[in-house]
Design a binder for this molecule. Structure first.
Ligand code: SAM
Length: 242
């Protein structure tokens, strides 16, 4: 019997029309589909998209990715998931793991791919790139991400606010992801640097609760939950606006 293939599929940031043709085809060809779910339940729409495109008879299951602070515990979780997946691949089943946006940008899929390769160095894998959240946020706001020779930096905001301060000073475009509870601090930092008018905020792009703010002042005093599943794009140079 031929073995199956592991598909790491990027399903885009939220809009069910922002999947690639390849993502749709491989979802349809998968016997088993893993959907990561978080404590914030932000991924429920991922489950909806999977339901929309999965083939008849596909087995869909959720896998948790909010696994606490213990690194060893997290690794063990991914090791167990990898073992389970490899068993299916060896029995000829195609297994998909779906990721929000692109599977290789701040995605849990990276941990799983690593765990799979640790168990089976030649594991048959196909990675299907997805439209990353920042690209959709840029499209929704007409924000030119990179132009000419200007650098573009992507930062997860979980990083120290000091790192964002230094990145602002390096110039070019800054893409801030994983905003979460840091929203208020970022707004203050932008104000301090005179950049409030050169930044845009998009939360839950492509989802029913989508929120776009081109004036970040309106987010002052906002519920910190507003920062969940949000991106801020910043032109550090006034000449960069479209
Ligand atoms: C774990 S990372 C996943 C990134 C994803 N792999 C990508 O390529 O966009 C989650 C972060 O992506 C961003 N994000 C994902 N989907 C989004 C959406 N629909 N709207 C705005 N931001 C989103 C947010 O910054 C969120 O905190």
């Amino acid at each position: 019997m031929n073995g199956g293939i592991f598909y790491a599929i990027g399903v885009g940031p939220g809009d069910p029309e922002l999947l690639t043709l390849k993502a749709i085809r491989l979802l349809q060809e998968s016997h088993s589909i893993y959907v990561p779910v978080s404590r914030l339940s932000t991924q429920t729409w991922v489950a909806d998209v999977v339901e929309m495109y999965a083939g008849e008879g596909a087995e869909v299951q959720t896998v948790s990715f909010s696994l606490g602070a213990d690194r060893q515990e997290r690794q063990e979780h991914w090791r167990q998931t990898a073992i389970e997946i490899i068993e299916q691949l060896r029995s000829g089943r195609n297994v998909a793991f779906v990721s929000l946006g692109d599977p290789l940008l701040y995605s849990t899929c990276i941990y799983l791919l690593r765990a799979l390769r640790e168990q089976w160095s030649q594991v048959p894998v196909e990675v299907v790139p997805g439209i990353s959240a920042y690209a959709h946020c840029a499209a929704l706001t007409g924000f030119a991400v990179g132009e000419g020779e200007q650098p573009v930096a992507i930062l997860p905001t979980v990083t120290a606010i000091q790192d964002i301060r230094s990145a602002l000073q390096r110039g070019g475009t800054l893409v801030l992801m994983k905003i979460g509870r840091h929203l208020a601090d970022i707004i203050s930092l932008l104000e301090e640097n005179g950049l409030l008018d050169q930044a845009v905020f998009v939360a839950r792009a492509g989802m029913p609760e989508q929120r776009i703010e081109t004036d970040l002042r309106s987010l002052r005093g906002a519920d910190p939950a507003v920062g969940n599943l949000a991106v801020i794009l910043i032109h550090t140079d006034a000449t960069e606006t479209l």
